[in-house]
Design a protein around this ligand. Sequence first.
Ligand SMILES: C[S@@+](CC[C@H](N)C(=O)[O-])C[C@H]1O[C@@H](n2cnc3c(N)ncnc32)[C@H](O)[C@@H]1O
Length: 225
Amino acid sequence: MNAGGAFDADAAIYDRSRRQLIPCFDEFYRVAVEQAPQRRDAAVRVLDLGAGTGLLSACFAEAYTRATFTLVDVAPEMLARAERRFAGDGERFAFVCADYATMRFEGSYDLIVSALSIHHLPHEEKRALFRRANAALAPGGAFINADQVLGPTPEREAEYGAAWLARTRELGVGEDDLAAAIERMKHDIKATEADQLRWLREAGFADADCVYRWHWFGVFSGRKR
Ligand SMILES: C[S@@+](CC[C@H](N)C(=O)[O-])C[C@H]1O[C@@H](n2cnc3c(N)ncnc32)[C@H](O)[C@@H]1O
């Protein structure tokens, strides 16, 4: 089973344990939204890569009430949940069931955003995606990727994993949800913060930075000049 299949299988339970499985959930998503350089009243065009059930788009939609969104995901069950989430506001949201590693990015966007998805791609595909994101952004736009980060050494990686496990349990995660998350993590191909920043800069995001970190979780952003 690939990453999309694994998420489809867990779509029904995905949302209920996010705050336990992402112990830094509130700050992680808040900082991602704060990285958008546009004014809050701007009618920004947003492309959400690996949108899943629409959690990240929902955060941007709350902050940018005139924004329009294209949500892309390869897992139809996850995307169907996003469609239900935004059903009352249909005109602002479009849904595309596709692999963003190979789909054409039609048009131009002010924000290309992603949360907890790009780490499923092999490294070369991450690098290619960062270049395509740069090409698809309008000048002044931003690429914002809240994603997983590999520790720079095996010791650090083990430390982050232990911190994550301890905190998810402190936060009361259900053992079934924890087991499902650990199963999905078998599809992870994480990269270090240093590699992700280098690839972003190579892709044309000269000011790329990791503006937030909690162990495995990092928010990366870069502006299109
Ligand atoms: C952990 S979920 C994150 C969903 C959402 N962004 C969030 O923050 O809750 C990862 C999502 O990425 C999707 N995904 C993984 N690889 C993908 C790809 N190559 N193309 C499109 N979607 C992909 C999965 O199907 C899944 O819905």
